[in-house]
Ligand binder design. Structure first.
Ligand SMILES: *Cc1c(COP(=O)(O)O)cnc(C)c1O
Length: 407
């Protein structure tokens, strides 16, 4: 990497930099305050336990929960596994049906697939072109044997927010449990599990300016009292639901991250949505650009845009890795399959392949955004200038009528 190459990070939905204030809070718990929070008979343990209790209050407050409803995990993936498998196990005598949505994160979808292999029935609800589910369809899908509805609070690729309060109302009326993956939401917009009637909810440190390797599962203790079957056997930590010595520095970190996020949330959401709108408006000056997902019910910091007839991965090469964004072409895997989330919204392969996701964050500046928009816009124009498909489009040829040779 050359010394004068700029690096601009606009991929905050993948992970965030840790806030220095979080690091500062964590540091003593690696060294002199190193005790095991389960050591009940000496001060080393008490100091660690006290720090964990305090963090439990901090994260509970962020989502309007009671601190006794917080279970610390290694991140959202583990919390999701514990919530879904744990409920499926615990409520097996009540029923074997789970409802989720096609646009959920892989951690949810693959957990559901694993359960299907064990005889659990799963319904995957479709979404409309904005990424929203049909609430009437959700209600009609609930059976007497349904034990859980798993719906993410907001989507990681598009930022579309699901109406959790309405969904909670349906689930509570029907007497089924509601789990929500709030990984992209916690610390960014207000969440209140009680007001939304959510019984289980997860989030992770590393997407809210905290550390990697620590997350939270909220499990309701009252109206109703929910239990999940532990997925790991051991010392019975976390009220028996998640064994294993607690990651005290990580827990202190996610606690501090929650506290900071709560304090700055309103102002920061306003700042980011203004920046996001600036990005979008600039791109919409170009020809043939569409914003994917719901442009009203959405997170403030993310935009997902398709630049028609421009291949996303190729576009990213034009800015020479200077700007870190995500594209809808999943070229990380062996397959060339484009984003299943965008496809679920009804985008064709071409539009999905031509999409970029820009997710802004706490450390994103105005100046960085201006620079990125300029670079990306230039890249789009360059890609189009050398594209035979763009030329044909400009000549008014209906690309759908073209017979491409097959080989
Ligand atoms: C990142 C992410 C996860 C996984 O979180 P980890 O803590 O990295 O395991 C789950 N769900 C959503 C929506 C995410 O964005």
């Amino acid at each position: 990497m050359s010394a004068n190459k700029r690096l601009i990070y606009l991929d905050n939905n993948a992970t965030t930099a840790m806030d220095p204030r979080v690091l500062e809070a964590m540091l003593p718990y690696f060294t002199n305050k190193f005790g095991n929070a389960a050591s009940r008979n000496h001060p080393f343990g008490w100091v660690a336990e006290e720090a964990v209790d305090y963090a439990r209050e901090q994260v509970a407050k962020l989502i309007g929960a009671d601190e006794r409803e917080i279970i610390f995990t290694s991140g959202s993936t583990e919390a999701i596994n514990l919530a879904i498998k744990g409920v499926a196990d615990m409520y097996h005598s009540k029923g074997n049906h789970i409802i989720t949505v096609t646009t959920e994160h892989k951690a949810v979808l693959d957990t559901c697939h694993a359960l299907e292999k064990k005889g659990i029935e799963v319904t995957y609800l479709p979404v409309d072109e904005k990424g929203n589910i049909d609430l009437k369809e959700l209600e009609a899908t609930i059976r007497p044997t349904t034990v859980l509805v798993a719906i993410m609070y907001a989507n990681n690729e598009t930022g579309t927010i699901h109406p959790m309060k309405e969904i909670g109302e349906i689930c509570n009326r029907k007497g089924v449990l509601l789990f929500s993956d709030a990984t992209q939401v916690a610390g960014k917009i207000p969440v209140n599990v009680k007001e939304s009637g959510i019984h289980l909810l997860c989030f992770t440190g590393h997407k809210m300016y905290g550390p990697k390797g620590v997350g939270v599962l909220y499990v309701s203790r009252k109206n109703p009292r929910v239990k999940v079957t532990a997925q790991m056997d051991g010392g019975g930590h976390e009220r028996g639901m998640r064994s294993g010595t607690l990651n005290v520095p990580g827990i202190v970190g996610i606690g501090k991250a929650a506290e900071i996020a709560m304090k700055d949330m309103e102002e920061e959401a306003k700042r980011l949505s203004t920046l996001r709108d600036k990005v979008e408006n600039a791109f919409l000056q170009l020809e043939e650009v569409v914003v994917n997902g719901d442009t009203e019910q959405r997170m403030p910091h993310v935009t997902n845009i398709s630049f028609k007839h421009v291949e996303g991965e190729g576009l990213m090469m034009t800015f020479n890795q200077e700007i870190a964004v995500s594209s809808g072409s999943a070229c990380t895997s062996a397959s060339l399959e484009p984003s299943y989330v965008l496809k679920a919204l009804g985008l064709g392969d071409d539009l999905a392949h031509s999409s970029l996701r820009l997710s802004l964050g706490r450390f994103t500046t105005d100046e960085e955004v201006d620079y990125a928009v300029e670079k990306i816009s230039k890249g789009v124009e360059h890609m189009r200038s050398i594209s035979p498909i763009w030329e044909m489009y400009k000549e008014g040829i209906d690309l759908k009528s073209v017979k491409w040779s097959e080989h």
